[in-house]
Design a protein around this ligand. Structure first.
Ligand SMILES: [Zn+2]
Length: 124
């Protein structure tokens, strides 16, 4: 499907994806924080796995477990944030920008130019 500007019919349309960028960052941070808070369990798991290698193994296993826990949760948060941001971008925000006339519009007005309301005629 080729998007067209509801105002000038140009097909030079860019996507802004502001919400996706923001929620992806928030998701990454939130996930990493949650992972870091949950790192104790990762550290415990790593330490128990490291027991076979003696005290140095316990320390290294604990650190590795904590880091892996934070990374995994960060990645999970980022993908959850990206999905949420995509939904917000597509349904709430005016995610499309006409490169010809700088008109911002949302998915609804892109699919149905007749649906452009007075409130959507401004740019942000
Ligand atoms: Zn335009």
């Amino acid at each position: 499907m080729t998007l067209r500007c509801p105002r000038c019919e140009s097909d030079q349309i860019a996507t802004k994806n502001y919400a996706r960028m923001v929620t992806c960052s928030i998701g990454t941070i939130a996930g990493a924080v949650r992972g870091w808070l949950g790192a104790a369990s990762g550290a415990e798991l790593g330490a128990s796995l490291g027991i076979v290698a003696g005290p140095p193994g316990i320390a290294i296993g604990g650190i590795a477990g904590a880091i892996v826990g934070a990374l995994v949760c960060g990645a999970t948060g980022a993908s959850a944030g990206a999905v949420l941001g995509e939904i917000i971008d597509e349904s709430v925000l005016k995610n499309f920008l006409c490169l010809s006339c700088e008109f911002s519009f949302g998915k609804v007005s892109a699919e149905d130019p007749e649906a452009v309301t007075a409130s959507e005629m401004g740019t942000w």
